[in-house]
Ligand binder design. Sequence first.
Ligand code: SME
Length: 178
Amino acid sequence: MQEKLHHADYTSFPESSKREVLEIVNGSYEALSADTNYWVSNLANAASLIWHAYHSIGLPINWVGFYITTNTESNNLVLGPFQGKVACQSIQIGKGVCGMAAMEKRTQCVADVNKFPGHIACDGETKSEIVVPILNGESVVGVLDIDCLTENGFDEVDVELLEALAALISKSNNWSLS
Ligand code: SME
């Protein structure tokens, strides 16, 4: 494989299937996170990798980012690193797709956000959404949230590989700093 010379090269994806592109995201995340265990830096780069990966396969995602649990707001998720337009800063655990994923500790793959009771519309253009919890042992340290401009944006391939990414994210960061 050609040696990577610049960090930005990680966001160039070859023409390939969704599975292959998401596998590259996970490998790149692992390589990049070897340099730091600070969650802000790692989640910022993860958001960028995911943004560019989906756009490389033509899926019109309009937002990707993280909501984090913190020591200061015990019942809420707070906005973390993301790519896309400005979004709501705080989400109560149990509310919306993000809060549901955090409460149930289970991925929510929503084909049509208008049919999800309590969906929080940060952007009225979003049509589908996937939210994957990030678990550190039994605790939820945050969620990965991706929004798409088309219905049915995500399927079982996204669930599988984004859950694998969430596991990598969990083990590569020092969550006591959040
Ligand atoms: N739609 C989310 C809120 C976060 S934004 O999509 C960035 C939800 O229902 O939890």
